[in-house]
Design a protein around this ligand. Structure first.
Ligand SMILES: Nc1nc2c(c(=O)[nH]1)N[C@H]1C(S)=C(S)[C@@H](COP(=O)(O)OP(=O)(O)OC[C@H]3O[C@@H](n4cnc5c(=O)[nH]c(N)nc54)[C@H](O)[C@@H]3O)O[C@H]1N2
Ligand SMILES: Nc1nc2c(c(=O)[nH]1)N[C@H]1C(S)=C(S)[C@@H](COP(=O)(O)OP(=O)(O)OC[C@H]3O[C@@H](n4cnc5c(=O)[nH]c(N)nc54)[C@H](O)[C@@H]3O)O[C@H]1N2
Ligand SMILES: [Mo]
Length: 846
């Protein structure tokens, strides 16, 4: 199996890839006759087709038979649907659904004094909703009274789409109405880049719109994909994707075939995008993992010494090149960063490096940078060097030139339309909390999110963070809704150690994830297909607004997050402040009306809500606008300065230099990693680099539960690990073998896929594979399915960003000869009857 056999050259073939879907079905009569389905309509027996809804994976028309969602067909306006929609029915009806409120056996017995080493043994007792919410409320009370706000942390993540039913807003508002808690900064996606880039170019860059693809296709001579896999990663977006961006990838493919644009991929792997554009059509710079900065420095060195750089741009739009130069030339440390020096570290030979520099300087060059390379120790340096290289080329602000960090995300580069961005359910509130203490007892009230396990394990420890000192708070209780930290966070055995120090963990989800398994109270939320909502259609493209129609009734005892948190708030007299007196439909109408008002100001007309909801179900905005990133700055740097202290690009940042961090200094530099393959530290013992990049068949851990999808990619029932033929044969491993992937931090089983798309020394397991310990709760347990975060390291990128370093990970792989137990990750908890005496929750509800 290949990881990239999905996006086919021909659209028709692409559509046919979707398991069980027919082209006729997609282009069928539903195009002309949108159907409405209200909650009452979805309940009964019979067949309902063409029900419209959105999702992270695209908009769909659902088929519902006898109250079951059985098939997802692509929305007729989505010309490049993702294969992942085939897994959506399993998301609703699969065996991993949380059915009832559940409480962990020993927590039920002893509450916050429970034996926390039992967490993870998966033994739970079913309780009533009333009782579960009473427990939840009483724990919030206890924490506020005993410790105050520094002991409580809540978190959300990728949840589901829908402007109203967003778990993060619901969780944040409900908790804020009860009391204060520890806030978090940063994220796992772009944690390093989003801290360094504002210092260098004055904005985060990562989530912003990029230059319109038509302009790139017209003007670029060379496109450099630097650790960016467009084809794989544009399948899933934050709001409902329209997938229009794939049309430009088709045009790019044509231009590449005709030799009009040259594409270079700097990546240890032949990516889906590379494969799609043509394996022999793309120039592959197979850089050693984590060794991009030496390559970048050598490119800069070549540009400088061969006088290929734009002196005028550096003088007029940048500051600090002269402080960077002594380092580049080796005057400050005795080591010129030339191509000969770099080749030994990055594995790209010196001539190729120099040729690459000449090609980049030889015409209009668009650098397309992904995010994986900043999800590593010192990830800041690579992002900074991308900007330095683009500055030396001097094309920033020109169409088809310069750098961009968001091209693989949210349909970036699709021209945006003038339209409406709907509001939603906000997490903030003006109503005071019941417990209004802001006494954090000397601990910090905000921490970098990727350091939250440090806080649990080492409360009181002081760490540096972007110029501030943070005193880690002593967390005692965590509440998660719409995130799965046992997939999101690194080094699971360390998470387990931390978990043991927590008194109470609450998880609100719709699937029985490993986070639920390691929680004390688990509350079943509905999936997005069991409720009504509104979605933006398209992200940067702002193509329209789509109705999300409820497909089926809430399954088992699942309830909407809105209802869960409303009933929680009722327990402390904040129900009205939570709901603002509105129910689901009331909220949708309000969000719509606010959208209409916003539209009026912008000359965009929205129909009345009832007309939209009952008849149209979709509105499309018009007038796509072309855009060139950084154009205004280029045209007039005085009138349109960047948000940096100098208003210019900071190749040297005095602000950062003044922080005096040894691992992130005043200009970009090469720092050796704590572990690195290809001869780097630790590679003798652990010779393979493990990349845990984003999955082709899932959104993180979402849809891993889908059997329909797993049958396309799982190998002998395990998550695949991709390795190079050379590495496989050296270990006697063949395609389809079950292997053990391990290092000093842990061990997982996986199914081997031997593939020459991977460079020697590089292995891949996609993030989001569910954790399935053979001995749940024990640190060091063998994960029977293949979660790569058992193996990753939990250290910050540097004192600047303190972001995740998931990709600083080495492993060894061996053929597995032990007993192979069945995977049990997807089948929910072990249900226990409460044989023990336990103290019931104090009755709060009447
Ligand atoms: N299908 C799908 N799409 C998604 C997501 C998903 O889960 N599934 N998640 C979305 C989210 S939240 C995010 S944050 C983005 C993630 O976007 P990214 O972080 O950009 O994506 P990844 O696929 O993790 O990695 C991109 C590329 O980096 C390469 N790479 C790895 N190590 C190195 C290295 O050392 N040097 C170089 N030069 N390249 C390297 C990988 O081989 C891969 O081709 O994707 C979004 N899109
Ligand atoms: N090793 C490694 N680790 C990584 C990464 C990596 O590249 N490598 N990437 C990182 C990145 S970029 C990201 S963004 C994170 C993603 O981390 P998360 O955002 O935690 O990932 P998801 O798997 O999307 O988790 C979302 C959870 O919300 C649940 N959910 C969905 N809808 C609802 C709802 O309506 N209500 C409630 N209550 N719950 C709902 C889903 O079932 C799922 O369990 O992972 C990070 N972790
Ligand atoms: Mo992300």
């Amino acid at each position: 199996m290949k990881n990239n056999d999905l996006f086919q050259a021909s659209r028709r073939r692409f559509l046919l890839q979707l398991g069980g879907l027919t082209v006729a079905g997609m282009l069928g009569p539903s195009l002309l006759t949108p159907r409405s389905a209200n909650a009452a309509e979805v309940q009964g027996a019979g067949v309902k087709e063409g029900i419209l809804t959105g999702s992270h994976w695209g908009a769909i028309r659902a088929t519902v038979v006898d109250g079951r969602f059985i098939e997802a067909k692509p929305f007729e306006r989505d010309k490049y649907p993702s294969k992942m929609i085939a897994g959506l029915p399993d998301h609703v009806h699969g065996g991993a659904r949380i059915r009832y409120p559940m409480v962990r056996v020993d927590w039920l017995r002893k509450r916050h004094q429970s034996d926390t080493t039992q967490r993870g043994d998966n033994r739970f007792v079913r309780v009533s909703w009333d009782e579960a919410l009473d427990f939840f409320y009483q724990e919030l009370e206890r924490i506020q009274k005993t410790y105050g706000p520094s002991a409580l942390l809540t978190a959300s993540g990728w949840q589901s789409t829908g402007m109203f039913h967003n778990a993060s807003g619901m969780l944040a508002r409900a908790i804020a109405l009860h009391g204060n808690s520890v806030g978090t900064g940063g994220d796992y996606s772009t944690g390093a880049a989003q801290v360094i880039l504002p210092r260098v170019v004055g904005s985060m860059e990562v989530y912003e719109q990029q230059t319109s693809w038509p302009l790139v296709l017209k003007n670029s001579k060379t496109i450099v994909l630097w650790g960016s896999d467009l084809i794989k990663n544009q399948q899933a977006n934050w709001w409902c994707p329209d997938h229009d961006v794939y049309e430009y990838y088709e045009q790019l493919k044509d231009k590449v075939a005709r030799g009009e644009i040259s594409v270079i991929s700097v990546d240890p792997v032949i990516t889906s995008t590379h494969d799609y554009l043509g394996r022999d059509k793309v120039k592959h710079i197979a850089v050693n993992p984590q060794a991009d900065v030496p390559l970048q420095l050598a490119l800069a060195h070549t540009l400088y010494t061969e006088k290929l750089y734009d002196k005028h741009f550096l003088e007029n739009y940048c500051v600090g090149f002269e402080q960077f130069l002594p380092y580049l030339l080796g005057e400050s440390d005795g080591q010129p960063k030339d191509a000969r020096w770099a080749e030994k570290i990055c594995g790209v030979d010196a001539d190729t490096i120099r040729e690459l520099a000449r090609q980049m300087a030889g015409g209009r060059t668009q650098i397309i940078a992904g995010w994986c390379v900043q999800r590593m120790q010192h990830g800041e340096q690579w992002a900074w060097m991308i900007v330095v290289l683009a500055s030396m080329l001097g094309q920033i602000g020109l169409p088809g030139g310069g750098f961009g960090f968001g091209w693989h995300y949210n349909g970036a580069g699709t021209p945006g339309r003038k339209g409406v961005i709907l509001s939603g359910f906000s997490g903030s509130t003006t109503v005071a909390p019941v417990h209004n203490s802001t006494d954090f007892k000397g601990y910090s009230s905000t921490i970098p999110i990727a350091r939250f396990i440090d806080a649990i394990l080492e409360p009181g420890k002081k760490i540096n963070w972007n110029g501030k000192t943070v005193t880690l708070p002593p967390l005692k209780m965590c509440v998660f809704a719409g995130t799965n930290p046992f997939h999101r966070h690194q080094q699971i055995n360390r998470i387990i150690e931390g978990w043991r120090k927590l008194e109470t963990v609450i998880a609100i989800d719709n699937q029985w994830t490993s986070t639920c398994r390691f929680a004390d109270i688990v509350l079943p939320a509905t999936t997005q297909f069991e409720r009504n909502d509104l979605d933006q259609y398209g992200n940067h493209s702002n193509r329209g607004i789509i109705a999300m129609k409820q497909l089926v009734q809430p399954q088992f005892e699942a309830r909407n997050d809105f209802d869960i948190f409303r009933d929680l708030c009722r327990r402390f007299n904040r129900e009205e402040a939570f709901t603002e007196g509105l129910d689901e439909m009331g909220w949708l109408k309000r969000i719509w009306q606010e959208g209409s008002q916003q539209g009026k100001g912008r000359g965009v007309h929205l129909p009345a809500f009832d007309v939209f909801w009952n008849q149209q179900e979709y509105v499309e905005f018009e007038h796509p606008q072309m855009f060139v990133r950084h154009q205004a700055f280029r045209e007039d740097p005085d009138l349109e300065p960047l948000g940096t202290p100098s208003g210019l690009i900071e190749i040297f940042s005095k602000t950062i230099a003044d922080m005096q961090y040894d691992d992130c200094q005043g200009h970009p530099m090469w720092f050796e990693k704590i572990e690195r393959s290809h001869g780097g530290p630790g590679s003798q013992r652990w010779p393979l680099h493990l990349q845990s990049v984003h999955p082709d068949f899932r959104l993180h851990s979402q849809l891993c539960e889908s059997e329909a999808l797993r049958k396309h990619y799982a190998v002998s029932g395990k998550e695949p690990v991709f390795i190079n033929p050379q590495d496989a044969s050296a270990r006697g491993i063949r395609n389809g073998d079950i292997v053990r992937v391990f290092n000093a931090r842990g061990q997982v089983l996986a199914g081997a896929v031997v593939s020459d798309l991977y460079s020697p020394g590089v292995a891949r397991i996609h993030e989001g594979a569910w954790y399935d310990p053979d001995n749940g709760g024990e640190t060091g347990a063998l994960c029977k399915y293949g979660n790569p975060n058992v193996l990753t390291i939990d250290i910050g990128t540097s004192q600047l960003a303190q972001a995740t370093s998931a990709h600083t990970t080495l492993v060894e792989i061996e053929k597995y000869t032990g007993k192979v137990d069945n995977v049990t990750a997807f089948s929910g908890p072990i249900k226990m009857v409460a044989q023990c005496e336990y103290v019931p929750a104090q009755k709060v509800t009447s």
